[in-house]
Design a protein around this ligand. Structure first.
Ligand code: GTP
Ligand code: MG
Length: 198
């Protein structure tokens, strides 16, 4: 699946811009700057497929990626929580994010990315609550695992597990990744392949 050449298809600023629901979708959500676009690049093995930046608020649309004939569509989302953008713009993204996450019938799983240096923030729990209410399958992915020291990462993992446990028993196991070091990427690929097989 990820040996195929993945391409950028379009950026959607409104729900009406989205492609038809003919393919299974997975989406990458998370606070601004958590590493959503970087993870998509690592996943697809493309250096700059999804544009990344040091400045929170880089991704401003629902960006759609597809590979020829692949039964999967990847959706890169704008970040929530904070962004270096005008308040009105952030409100527009926030509405778009929520409309997409709660109303997309072919959305098979949302990967909720959490910064491995900081662990879950209130905005992450809000999104988890919303996905629980909408009965959308989601899986937590810790990012930037190359950054914290070993002992710190363990604490963040434990804290994140506690939060996940509060959200019921049915959630798939958290993934720990580094797009920089390509750690955990094969594991993420395997999860996605398994989703398509079931
Ligand atoms: P928005 O689109 O602004 O919401 O951000 P995003 O979640 O798409 O984050 P992006 O992928 O643009 O990455 C943000 C910053 O984090 C960039 O400077 C990346 O180089 C850095 N980054 C992403 N993943 C990793 C990682 O695994 N390790 C390290 N050390 N840095 C990373
Ligand atoms: Mg981005």
């Amino acid at each position: 699946l990820f040996a195929r050449p993945w391409d950028f298809v379009k950026g959607c600023v409104r729900i009406d811009d989205l492609p038809p629901t003919d393919r299974t979708e997975i989406a990458f959500a998370g606070r601004s700057n958590v590493g959503k676009s970087s993870l998509i690049n690592a996943l697809t093995g493309r250096v700059n497929l999804a544009r990344t930046s040091n400045t929170p608020g880089r991704t401003q649309e629902l960006n759609i990626f597809e590979a020829n004939d692949a039964p999967l569509r990847i959706v890169d989302m704008p970040g929530y929580g904070f962004a270096k953008a005008p308040k009105k713009t952030v409100e527009t993204w926030t509405r778009l994010i929520h409309a997409y996450l709660q109303g997309r019938p072919n959305l098979r799983r949302v990967f909720v990315l959490i910064d491995g240096r900081h662990g879950p923030k209130p905005a992450d729990e809000t999104v988890m609550n919303e996905l629980d209410s909408a009965a959308v399958s989601y899986q937590i992915v810790l990012t930037k695992a190359d950054k914290p020291k070993a002992g710190e990462l363990e604490k963040i993992v434990a804290k994140t597990d506690q939060i996940i446990a509060k959200h019921g028993a049915a959630h798939p196991e958290m993934l720990i990744t580094s797009s920089e070091k390509k750690d955990g990427i094969d594991g993420l690929r395997a999860v996605i392949a398994q989703l398509l097989a079931t």
